[in-house]
Design a protein around this ligand. Sequence first.
Ligand code: CA
Length: 672
Amino acid sequence: MNRETLLNASIMNKMNIVKKVLTILFVVCCSSFFQQIGAQDFICKSPDQILHLSVQLKEGALWYSISYKEATILEESPLGLITNVSDFSRDLRFVEKSERVVHTNYTLKSIKQSRVDHLLNEVVATYETPRSEKISIIFRVGNNDVAFKYALAQNGETARCIVEKELTGFKFPSFTTTFLTPQATPMIGWMRTKPSYEEGYASDEPMGTPSRYGLGYTFPGLFHVGDNGWALVSETGVGSLYCGAKLSEGTKEGLYTISYPEEGENNGIGSAKPGIALPGETAWRTITVGDNLKPIVETTIAFDLVEPQYEPSKEYTFGRSTWSWLLWQDESINFEDQKRFIDLSAAMGYELVLVDNWWDTRIGKEKIEELAKYAASKGIGLSLWYNSNGYWSDAPQGPKNKMNTAIARKKEMAWMQSIGIKGIKVDFFGGDKQETMKLYEEILSDANDYGLVVIFHGCTLPRGWERMYPNFAGSEAVLASENLIFTQNANDLEAYSATLHPFIRNSVASMDFGPVLLNKRHNRTNDGGTIRRTTETFQLATAVLFQTPVQHFGITPNNLEEYPAFVIDFMRNIPSLWDETVFIDGYPGKYVVLARRHGNQWYVAAINAEKERRDLKVTLPMLAEKEILYYSDKKDRSPQLNQLSISKNGTITLSIEPEGGVILTTQHQHAK
Ligand code: CA
C-alpha cells in the first residue's frame, strides 16, 4: 500500500464510522417512519415521510396500499401466497413485526449511477395460518420506492414447497393509463424462439385493454396515475432460485396481479411454478413512485435490494464495441470482414469487436485465434456469439451445444480464456421458468471462472443481475436495432420507441439495444433496404440515452468518410459507463431530455418523437456558466455543431426537430 492508498483507506474508514453514527442517529430520531394503526395494521413511511405504504389484515387476508403526497397511487391491493403446503391467502393471524433502517451503500460501474447511497425503511411483518405455518413479508420503503418479498418458514419436517399462486396485485385508481408491452405466446416467432421480450409498447392505454396475446405483460410496466403521479412496477433478485414473473391482464377496475410463466415456455420442459426450499423466499416486487417522472428514470431499486452472488474473478472492464452483423448481416461473418471491423474499432479508439453468429463454421476456431491475435495487436478485445440452444427452440445458428451443459461450457470457456476472448453474447433462451433462470445463472457463474463478460440476447429482462453477477454487462430484452434492418415499421416507430426506453425498460436494467446507425439506408452499401427516418443527431443522442456498459454501436466503416469530423469525434469520445443520470424533461412516447455524467464530463441528450418541432425551455444546472458543444439538426436535417456559453442559471431553450435530436456536452474539454 502506498501513502496515498493508506491515506484514502483511513479517510474511507472515518467516513464509514461517521455514516454509521449518522444512521444510528437517524434511526433514533426518525423511528416515526413506522406508525401503528390498531393492533395489527401499520403505515411505513419513506425516509422523507412523503411516500406511505399502508398494510392491513382484514378478516384474515392481507392488503396494502400506497400514497404519495397524500394522493393515492395504489388502492387496496392484495398480498398473499398459496403453496402446495400452505395457504397464506386467508385465515391469517398477526404474530409480530420489527422495524429497522437499511443503509444501502454500494458502487457499481455497470449501471446508470456508479455510487448509490441512501436509506430504506424496513418493516418485517409475520403472520401465521390456523396450522401455525408462518409467513413474513419484508417491506422496504425508500423516498420513491416500495419493495417487498415473502419469506416462508419451515413448519415441521416439510422442507420443500411449490408456489402455486402469488396473490400480489397492483390496483390502480380508475383514471390510470398504462404503458405496457405484452408477454408473447410460447414457441411462436422466428424459429419458435419466443417469448423473448421483443414486443412493442402501447402508450397511455386505459386499464383493462386486452394485451396482444392475452397473456399479460412483461416487466417493467409504467402506470400514469393521472394528477396523482406515476408508478413503475417491476421485480428484482430473480436468480436460479425463482422463476421470472409478469403482470397479468388487467381488469377494467384496474387490478394487475403477479403471474408466473406459461406452461408452454421452454418447449414445455420444466415447471411453470417456482420451487423453493423451506425456509425460503420469493423474488422482490418493486413499485417506484413519484409525482413526476424523475424518480421513475433515476431509480436504482432493482440493484439496491440484491447482493453480489460471487466474487469477481478479476476486475471486469466494459467498453465500446462495433459489430459487422447488424448492417452487413450473416455474409459478413468471414475473416476479412471481421478484420475490417477490428480496424474500425481501432480507428474509433473502442475497446471491443463482437463476432456474431455462424463464426464456428464460417471462420472456424483456428482463424478466430488468428483474429484475436490481430485484434490484440491493435489493442482490441474480441467477444463471441453463442446459441444457448438445447431443446427450447429451432434457432439454427452455430456455435451450438456449447452453452447448455456445464461440461461443454467450461471446456469452451477455457479455450476462450486461453486466446484472450473478452466476453460472450449468448442468444435464444426459452422463457422465464426457474429452469431457464438457472441456465442464465450457470452461464454467468462459469463465465466468471474464466474471466468472461456476459451479454444475453433473445432473452428475459435481467432482474438485478448487474449487481448480483459482477461479470454481467447487459441484455437485449427489447425490440432492438436489428429490427431497423428487418422492417420499415421499426424505422417509422424508431423515435417513438426510443422515447419510451429511458422511462421503462432501461430504467430497471442495462439494455443492449445496439444504437447509433449512421447509414441512411439499412444495408451494407447504404443504398437499399429500409430507410432511416431519424436524423444523425438523433442517432448520436441514443448513445447517451440508451445505457449499457458494453455498447455495441451500429456504425460501419463507410460512415468514417461520410460525415464531418465532429460527428465521428463525438462517437470516438462517447463513454459507455456513467457516474450519474439526471432526468431533465420528457413524456414517454413523445420526447425525452436526459443528462448523464462520466467523470467530470456532462452529456445532455434530447430527442423528439413527434411530428412538430419542440421548443423546450430547460434548466441545466450541471452546465451553468460552461462553454459547451451544441449538436443539433439543420433545416435539411443534417447535423451541425455550435459552441455555446450557458448562462449562470443554466437555462436554455432547445429546438428539437421532429424525429431529431439535440446534444449538449462539455466533452471537448478532454477530447482524446
Ligand atoms: Ca434479438
